[in-house]
Design a protein around this ligand. Structure first.
Ligand SMILES: Cc1ncc(COP(=O)(O)O)c(C=O)c1O
Length: 377
């Protein structure tokens, strides 16, 4: 392989190529039906994905962001109520808390998993704390029993941001089945992505699922009679049809990502570099879906530039922790408040790990990383 060949972070064209006939047929079926919003296609998708994921209830919604917003709305929290969450995630996680007039309270992450450090949550609970919103980051779950026990002990609602954790289980619990609600994203680059925006709310309990269903469609029941102010959080039928074609492949795609991650681990560890220079992802349970394969390096930015020069994509998830985002200035956090998240923001680098990457390109990425860091970066 030539060193200037482009290696992307994802290759959706390659993923869709073998499915094109089925995808076309699915889209044409919806167009022929003339029914574009919710309806039978969405209902079928909801029942298929609920059984695939091992969750009791599933509701197709307009995006992962809206899944979070809808879940928090459905829990009847009051303005000023505190929601404990992680400072190291995609912006939407905290934004949804803030948008509802709730108060995000950050607790730092664990060094090895990048996930919220549950051992530090109790110290952050006050009499205004009403909910916990952890993120199963990069496709690795927080400990389900510990999460539940903590929330039960303190009477907290639990919303899981499982946007990156589709198809992942830990200790017999599926992502999205642990809390009151689970929130998934079908953004095109996710492990299960649609052809636009889409998302899912899961719930373990019928009453909660029904309340989210009501709020998803402007709180109307029956049509044009509004019991509550909800929103338009509906999934459209074309996205559901596309997702129905792709859903049966998610297990195999997740398994291919895991195999790629194992190969990276082996190749990168063989270099024997000091941990500060190159650290492979910590694994806290076997069924990680490797939505992202994230290494750490004290030469992260130089490494990223070098990879770019060699035609290899990489990405920083996330360069600025949420407690330091300009729009959350009023929350009163300062640099140094969440040292682990801040260090992760400086050291984390995601390498291409998509299912279609293949051994040759993967080896080329690993070799390029090792050569650069081994030579002093
Ligand atoms: C952790 C996390 N939460 C929430 C979201 C929001 O999902 P969406 O982009 O579908 O709104 C994403 C993905 O973008 C995410 O990675």
């Amino acid at each position: 392989m030539s060193t200037d060949s482009a290696i992307p972070m994802v290759d959706l064209t390659a993923q869709h190529a073998p499915l094109m006939a089925e995808l076309r047929e699915a889209i044409e079926r919806v167009v022929a039906s003339g029914h574009f919003i919710l309806g039978e296609e969405v209902e079928r998708f909801e029942s298929e994905i609920a059984s695939e994921l091992g969750v009791a209830h599933a509701l197709g919604v307009s995006s992962g962001t809206d899944a979070l917003l809808l879940s928090l709305m459905a829990l009847d929290l009051a303005p000023g109520d505190e929601v404990i969450t992680t400072p190291f995630s995609f912006f939407a996680t905290t934004a949804c808390i803030q948008r509802l007039g709730l108060r995000p309270v950050f607790v730092d992450i664990e060094e090895h998993s990048f996930n919220l450090d549950l051992s530090r949550v109790e110290a952050a609970i006050t009499e205004r704390t009403r909910a916990l919103l952890p993120v199963h980051l990069y496709g690795q779950l927080l400990e389900p029993q510990a999460l539940r026990a903590l929330c039960e002990r303190h009477g907290l609602r639990l919303v899981e941001d499982a946007a990156q954790a589709i198809g992942v289980s830990r200790d017999g619990f599926a992502a999205g089945s642990v809390g009151d609600y689970g929130c998934f994203s079908f953004f095109p680059t996710k492990n299960l992505g649609c052809f636009g925006d889409g998302g899912l709310v899961t719930s373990r309990e019928g009453g909660l699922a029904d309340r989210a269903r009501l709020l998803r469609g402007h709180g109307a029941r029956p049509k044009y009679h509004h019991l509550e102010v909800g929103g338009n959080f509906r999934l459209d039928a074309i996205q559901a049809a596309v997702l129905r074609v792709k859903l049966p492949h998610v297990r195999a795609w997740n398994a291919a990502r895991r195999r790629n991650a194992d190969r990276y681990d082996t190749l990168l560890a063989a270099a024997g570099l000091p941990e500060s220079r190159l650290r492979t992802p910590g694994r806290v349970h076997p069924e990680h879906n490797f939505h992202q394969y994230v290494i750490r390096s004290d030469r992260r930015d130089a490494l990223r530039n070098h990879l770019r020069e060699k035609g290899i994509a990489s990405e920083v998830y996330y360069p600025l922790p949420l407690h330091l985002q300009p729009c959350f200035r009023d929350l009163g956090y300062a640099p140094g408040d969440m040292p682990r998240a801040e260090r992760a923001a400086e050291e984390a680098l995601a390498l291409p790990v998509f299912p279609e990457l293949g051994e040759e390109r993967l080896r080329h990425v690993a070799t390029t990383v090792i050569e650069f860091l081994g030579a002093g970066g």
